[in-house]
Design a protein around this ligand. Structure first.
Ligand code: ANZ
Ligand code: ZN
Length: 827
């Protein structure tokens, strides 16, 4: 019978569903294992990238089931956000409808891949049952002082008509639509993620995360130790605090650099509306991309403000410049510029003829201003620095900071690059911020019993330049919950990354309508043991989720420190060297592959093509290769079914083994051994599949299994029944089918991992010398337990032995076990 993949796959998908084997119970005698792949945005179609991602999660989940864990692998939908809103606009529908339709369509596709999801835990972030608790979390954050509103310059995407967090601006472009990001001054809601900056740098509680992701997060958080020093605006008492990592250069400050966004500059802009130069320069710079502005290559530009600042250390009067290379949202926003020891300041001072001054000398005192082509940024010996002269500059950092503290000029401080998370979005399709603005009471949180603040349905979504919620007065106008005065709802919705920051916890208790999740269930399931997703989330989702987790821990809701113990960042699927994407027109439709070759073939191909963390290059030949392989496995078992079954029932026997079978036994145990290493230790599924392929070849070497003696047959049958077991995580349908027709009643997830026996892992080889009439004529390397007849035959097959036997009759062959075959021959 041929390999009828369609039939087999449907059959097993139904059986799995009927028996609910992927529905994880909340109590079990088994240890728990929580496998999670990042949930998809419900676009309506699964693309190959999704399938590759979820295949990896499914392999891990099935492996862990075999290993005896109570495995939970949930799935849901990250359903709010711009794309859903745009999709609805394009299809002239409502996002709620299109989203639910897309979810239904995707569920069918997930099932047709055989993914073992616990559907009883399905969530969708756009459903009120879910987003209610996001609002509740917002309130908790607010109550703990971790939410605030601030007016400031925001990354603004004109295309999406919304602000973006820094994490969501990629090289100056919107991470989602690719549009150039501008700066717009707006009042927005923030989450104080910086409160957790220090702890977010600590990765000691994760078990296994890629070094690369850890480094990216650390750089993103960007911790710098230094000092805050207050300069004084000349002619006033106003302090201008600066942040420096180089207090040792304080006597070399020759100007101050401010960004146009600095409050002082903003004040000057208001005071001098007619100062065209100032106005033009500031407006130009404010709209430049911040990442570009702070890049080393950017050409430094500035204008003199006409104002001066006083250096508290020496009373120096220094010019205040407004520049493009200083950013408002780092440190204190203002910089004490030291041209001789900082490259950016050096370039700037050269360009604008600002004085420069050496305050740190090379150890050989050879530094000369006239000869300098670039800043001297190394440590050295303090000079021109009053009472600190002669000191080592590294030591002076501390001494100068102490001196500033003693005099009340400043203090030791730490700065982070990480900014607070701007979560306001001026869009309809998101979670409403549960706030009411009252003319008397100000900001009032919506009471718990009124949650969720439901999104109104009757809005006209369209490419408006305004938030669609602004056009629903009956939704906006509400009495103040505190005093009853007519008040207005907040119309900003939350960044969708808020929804995805705690969804992994909701899966532990997805239907709870009293709280976000019960502590007991969270304590049982969390942390996620294995998380799988794309590296593009390194500084977005993965950072936000860690922040939320630590916050929930501080509320006492969870008791572990990290949400995701292990992280696997999977590669992309590429075709012709480029990422598969609609825009490149190089997409492969998974459904086409499933229909033609089956889900098992698609899974096997994707998992075999490269290790999970590497890119997969799509190849039609690769698909064919996987298909042929599964067909061969099928035929092997199918055509020897009765023989294998017989072998499975055979008892122990001490009959001698042929060399082929001896080898097969070794290949079997060795394949299991390598497979276990690859699957359980290294998560290298490509080589695990390669082991299965080699193993198949080893079995196929036995040409006539029905001729084997009973000891041999037992070994052969064990090999044949082990192969489906090893294939199960990758190609579960064909594996279950073969396992079943071989007479097994339980399903493979309940049958344990394949086990090898240590003693069969070494091939015990001995060397025999072969003598003809007392003289050594050859050597033989054979298994130690080879039977005598095989040994004699092999000895006689040796070419040299045959030469010396030419024309003679064999009289007698004596075997000295483990040592010698001696042939006596004569005429
Ligand atoms: C004086 C100085 C002298 C500095 C010197 C460096 C070298 P990291 O290490 O990245 O934390 N800085 C401070 N605030 C800034 C802002 N808002 N925009 C741009 N630059 C800013 O960088 C810290 C240094 O970056 C600070 O130390 C400051 O320049 C500058 F020889 O102060 B330094
Ligand atoms: Zn009120």
């Amino acid at each position: 019978m041929e390999y009828r993949f369609s039939e087999i796959e449907k059959k097993w998908q139904n059986i799995w569903r009927e028996r609910g084997i992927f529905n994880a119970p909340d109590t079990s005698s088994k240890p728990k294992y929580y496998v999670l792949s990042m949930f998809p945005y419900p676009s309506g179609v699964l693309h190959i990238g999704h399938i590759s991602n979820y295949s990896i999660g499914d392999v891990i989940s099935r492996l862990k089931m075999m290993e005896g864990y109570n495995v939970m692998q949930p799935i849901g939908y990250d359903a709010f956000g711009m794309p859903a809103e745009n999709f609805a606009i394009e299809h002239n529908s409502h996002p709620r409808l299109t989203t639910e339709e897309n979810i239904a369509a995707m569920r069918i596709q997930f099932d047709s891949m055989g993914f073992g999801f616990d559907w009883s835990r399905e969530i969708s972030t756009c459903r009120p049952e879910y987003y209610r608790w996001g609002q509740y979390l917002f309130k908790k954050l607010y109550e703990k002082g971790l939410v605030y509103r601030k007016k400031g310059f925001q990354n603004w995407c004109e295309q999406c008509q919304t602000v973006l967090a820094n994490e969501q601006v990629v090289d100056g472009h919107c991470w989602r639509c690719g549009n150039i990001v501008e700066q717009k001054e707006l009042e927005q809601w923030y989450f104080k993620i910086t409160e957790y900056a220090e702890e977010l740098l600590d990765f000691s509680q994760v078990i296994d995360w890629p070094e690369r992701v850890i480094t990216m997060q650390k750089n993103w958080i960007g911790r710098s130790e230094g000092a805050k020093i207050d300069f004084i605006l000349e002619g006033t008492n106003a302090k201008i605090p600066i942040f420096t990592t180089r207090p040792d250069t304080i006597y070399g400050v020759t100007f101050m650099a401010l960004p146009p966004e600095h409050p002082l500059v903003q004040q000057w802009l208001r005071e001098e509306p007619d100062n065209k130069e100032l106005q033009d320069f500031c407006h130009k710079v404010i709209n430049e991309d911040k990442v570009m502005r702070s890049s080393e290559e950017t050409i430094k530009e500035g204008i003199f403000s006409g104002r001066y600042a006083i250096n508290p250390f020496n009373g120096d009067r220094i010019q205040i410049w407004i520049t493009n290379y200083v950013l408002m949202d780092y440190g204190m926003g203002a910089v004490m510029a030291v041209p001789v020891h900082d490259q950016r300041d050096f370039e700037f001072a050269k360009k604008y003829n600002i004085p420069i001054k050496i305050v740190i000398q090379k150890p050989d005192m050879s530094l000369k201003i006239e000869e300098m082509q670039e800043a001297y940024i190394e440590p050295g010996i303090m000079t021109n620095s009053d009472k600190f002269n002669g000191m080592d500059s590294e030591e002076a950092k501390m001494a100068i900071t102490d001196w500033a503290m003693e005099n009340g000029w400043g203090e030791k401080t730490v700065s982070y690059r990480l900014r607070d998370w701007c979560i306001s979005r001026q869009r309809y399709w998101g979670n409403p911020i549960p706030v009411i603005h009252c003319p008397h009471c100000g900001i009032v949180l919506v009471p718990d019993e009124d949650l969720p603040v439901k999104l109104p349905d009757n809005v006209q979504v369209g490419r408006t330049t305004k938030n669609p919620l602004l056009s629903v007065p009956e939704w906006i106008n509400v009495p103040c919950p505190k005093c009853g005065t007519p008040a207005k709802r907040e119309t900003d919705t939350m960044d969708t990354f808020v929804d995805s920051s705690w969804y992994y916890a909701r899966y532990t208790d997805p239907n709870n309508d009293r709280e976000p999740f019960s502590k007991e269930l969270a304590d049982y399931w969390l942390p996620v043991d294995q998380y799988i997703g794309g590296i593009e989330h390194a500084c977005m989702h993965l950072l936000y989720a860690r922040f939320f987790h630590k916050f929930m821990r501080d509320l006492g809701w969870v008791n572990c420190d990290e949400p995701f113990a292990r992280l696997l960042t999977q590669g992309m699927v590429t075709k012709d060297g480029a990422k598969m994407s609609k825009s490149k027109g190089n997409v492969v439709d998974p459904q086409y592959i499933i229909d033609r070759f089956g889900a098992d073939t698609l899974r096997t191909f994707l998992l075999f093509a490269s290790p999970p963390e590497k890119d997969v290059e799509w190849s039609d030949d690769g698909i064919m290769g996987a298909f042929r392989f599964l067909n061969r496995v099928w035929r092997l078992v199918e055509s020897n079914l009765e023989t294998i079954k017989l072998g499975l029932q055979t008892g122990e026997s001490s009959e001698p083994l042929s060399e082929e079978i001896y080898n097969l036994r070794y290949e079997t145990h060795y394949a299991i051994f390598r497979w276990r290493e690859d699957c359980l230790e290294r998560l290298q599924f490509n080589t695990a599949i390669a082991s299965c392929m080699e193993f198949l070849n080893a079995i196929a070497k036995i040409k006539e299994p029905d001729k084997l003696n009973s000891a041999e047959l037992k070994i052969y049958a064990f090999a044949c029944v082990t192969l489906p077991k090893m294939l199960y995580p990758f190609a579960p349908h064909i594996a279950e089918e073969l396992w079943q027709i071989l007479g097994n009643e339980k399903m493979l997830n309940e049958c344990g991992l394949p086990e090898y026996e240590e003693k069969y892992l070494t091939r015990n080889i001995v060397t025999y010398v072969v003598q003809v009439n007392g003289k050594i004529r050859g050597k033989l390397e054979v298994p130690i337990d080879i039977n005598t007849e095989d040994l004699k035959t092999k000895a006689l097959e040796i070419e040299n032995v045959q030469r010396f036997l030419q024309g003679l009759n064999i009289k007698k062959i004596i075997v000295v076990p483990g040592k010698m075959v001696s042939i006596a021959a004569g005429k």
